[in-house]
Unconditional design. Structure first.
Length: 83
């Protein structure tokens, strides 16, 4: 072991370099092997749940906008109030 790097790791790097050049030395950990491959990060949201979430988000935004208009403040100031 030199410079804190195990010899087997260096041999692995050399093997990858000889097989693929510099591309072989790129970090491939966790990368899928093509489009649509690998485990999805999240489960797709079903349409009804998505609609409910977006409607709730829309109501929050409308409430915030009404509050800002009532208080004469612009959206950049991020004032929070309850309706």
């Amino acid at each position: 072991m030199k410079m804190g790097i195990d010899d087997s790791l260096v041999r692995l790097w050399v093997k990858h370099f000889e097989a693929e050049g510099l591309k072989g030395l790129e970090d491939k950990k966790g990368k899928a092997k093509g489009p649509g491959m690998g485990r999805p990060r999240t489960r797709p949201e079903d349409p009804e749940t998505k609609i409910k979430r977006l409607e709730a988000e829309n109501e929050i935004l409308k409430s915030s906008y009404r509050c800002e208009r009532r208080n004469g403040r612009c959206p950049e100031q991020q004032k929070v109030c309850s309706d």
